[in-house]
Design a protein around this ligand. Structure first.
Ligand code: SF4
Length: 275
C-alpha cells in the first residue's frame, strides 16, 4: 500500500508561531489551550514547563501568562492586564485582524454577523470586541426571526469554508441595504482543505489527524469523508486499526493546523508497518 501525505497539512503559520513563543517561555501558563492538540500541549508541559490553565481564575503565583492562538475575550484581557503578571500575546495575527474589524465596524454603526461556532474560543474572542449587536451563526436559519439593521458587517471564523460563507453573503444582501463582507478566512486552512480534497479524490482510505476539538480538523474530515468513504479522524497512532487498511492501495494522510510533524510522522510510520 502506498502512503501519501497531503501537500499542505499540519502546523499553520499561527500555530507554529505560538508554539515557538511558548517554547521560549518556561514557567509560563497559557490561558486556555494554546492550540487544539492535546499531545502537543502535554509535550509543552513536560519538555518546556508550560502549563495550561482553563481560565484566568486559575492563575495563582504565575509570573507570565500566554494568550493562546485563538485569542481571549476583551473582558478577560482587561482582567489579565490588571494583574501583576507579564502577558505574552500568542494570538494569531489572522485572529487579531477580525477582532479589530469587529471593533471598528461596530464603532462605525454596523451590526455584526459572525459566521462561526458560538462555543469556539475564536468566535468568543472576536465577538467580544463588537460594541454593537453581534450574531454568531452557522446558518441563515438562525437569522430568520431576527430583525436586522440596514448596515451589516459580516466576518467569518478563520476556519470556515468559503462556499458556505458566500451563501450567507447572498442571504444578507436580501435582508440589508448595506453589507460589508470581510474575507477573514485563513489561507492556511484553505490550502490544507484543497490539498486534502485533491488527495481524498484519489485515495482508498484517508487518515485525518488532529484534535477532536479542532474545528479545522473536523472540516478536513468532512471534506475527506465526502470524497473517500473510508475516512477516519484520529488524534494519535493508538487509534489506528489494522483492518482499515486491508485491500487498500493508496492511503492518504492529512492533518489539522494544530498537528505537529512528529505526530504525522509517527502515524505514517505505524501505517507503514501494517502493510
Ligand atoms: S489556521 Fe490560520 S488563523 Fe488559525 S492559527 Fe493557523 S494561521 Fe492562524
Amino acid at each position: 500500500m502506498q502512503i501519501e501525505i497531503a501537500k499542505n497539512c499540519g502546523f499553520c503559520f499561527g500555530v507554529r508561531r505560538a508554539v515557538k513563543i511558548a517554547q521560549k517561555a518556561s514557567g509560563a501558563s497559557t490561558i486556555g489551550e494554546l492550540i487544539h492538540n492535546n499531545l502537543e500541549i502535554k509535550r509543552l508541559q513536560t519538555e518546556c514547563n508550560v502549563k495550561t490553565l482553563k481560565s484566568i481564575d486559575e492563575l495563582t503565583n504565575e509570573k507570565t501568562a500566554i494568550i493562546r492562538t485563538h485569542g481571549i475575550t476583551k473582558n478577560d484581557l482587561g482582567k489579565l492586564s490588571q494583574k501583576d503578571i507579564k502577558i505574552i500575546d500568542a494570538t494569531c495575527p489572522f485572529v487579531t485582524k477580525p477582532q479589530k474589524i469587529a471593533a471598528d465596524m461596530s464603532a462605525a454603526g454596523y451590526e455584526i454577523v459572525y459566521f462561526g461556532d458560538k462555543e469556539h474560543p475564536e468566535a468568543k474572542s472576536v465577538a467580544s470586541y463588537a460594541t454593537n449587536r453581534v450574531h454568531i451563526v452557522l446558518s441563515t436559519d438562525e437569522l430568520e426571526n431576527i430583525k436586522l439593521s440596514n448596515k451589516i458587517a459580516l466576518i467569518s471564523q478563520t476556519t470556515k469554508k468559503i462556499e458556505k460563507y458566500s451563501a450567507l453573503v447572498v442571504y444578507l444582501m436580501k435582508r440589508a441595504k448595506e453589507v460589508r463582507v470581510f474575507n477573514t478566512i485563513c489561507n492556511a486552512t484553505l490550502e490544507n482543505q484543497e490539498a486534502a480534497e485533491e488527495l481524498a479524490r484519489r485515495a482508498d482510505i484517508m487518515i485525518v489527524i488532529g484534535g477532536k476539538n479542532s474545528s479545522n480538523t473536523k472540516q478536513l474530515f468532512l471534506i475527506s469523508k465526502s470524497l473517500c468513504k473510508d475516512s477516519y479522524h484520529i488524534e494519535n497512532a493508538d487509534e489506528l486499526q489494522k483492518q482499515w487498511f486491508i485491500n487498500k492501495k493508496l492511503c492518504g494522510i492529512t492533518a489539522g493546523a494544530s498537528t505537529p510533524e512528529w505526530i504525522i510522522e509517527n502515524i505514517a510510520k505505524t501505517i507503514k508497518n501494517f502493510s
